[in-house]
Design a protein around this ligand. Structure first.
Ligand code: HEM
Length: 120
């Protein structure tokens, strides 16, 4: 009986320790939306990522890496391609024909945020 109580006691504290450790470790993994952890980039740096498989854009003062989103975008990749490596606020606000993207599309961008645009 004593042994059982002892085992239960150890198992209880071991699981508490595991939970606390997992919590502590996940605190260190910052969310991409945690803006303080993000970098600052110049337009020259953004311009280095101007291809479909490495596509960064600066939009309204923020910098995004849309490389993984391009295959998901509801148009052929050629529609987004000219904006890769560019200040692309106009592309986002007009879709190339004068219509802004939906609020849902603007929200989706947060997942691809990599930093802020350095003011020059
Ligand atoms: C900056 C360059 C971009 C251009 C030129 C562009 C253009 C377009 C075009 C032509 C359409 C289809 C026509 C239409 O729905 O009216 C479209 C739809 C859409 N795009 Fe883009 N797009 C761009 C970037 C993005 C980005 C960065 C996202 C999100 C991360 C996005 C999300 C969507 C979504 C969700 C739709 C469906 C319609 C809507 O929600 O507005 N697009 N885009």
């Amino acid at each position: 009986m004593k042994k059982l109580v002892y085992t239960a006691f150890v198992a209880f504290w071991a699981s508490i320790f595991t939970l606390v450790s997992v919590q502590a470790l996940s605190d260190h993994k910052k969310e991409p939306s945690d803006e303080e952890s993000l970098g600052t980039y110049t337009l020259e740096e953004v311009a280095e990522h101007d291809s479909l498989d490495d596509c960064w854009m600066a939009i309204e003062g923020k910098v995004y890496d849309f490389s993984n989103y391009i295959p998901e975008h509801p148009t052929p990749p050629s529609v987004m391609k000219p904006w890769c490596g560019e200040e692309a606020t106009e592309g986002m606000r007009t879709k190339g024909y004068g219509r802004d993207h939906s609020p849902a599309a603007w929200e989706m961008m947060e997942d691809y945020l990599v930093g802020r645009l350095k003011e020059e």
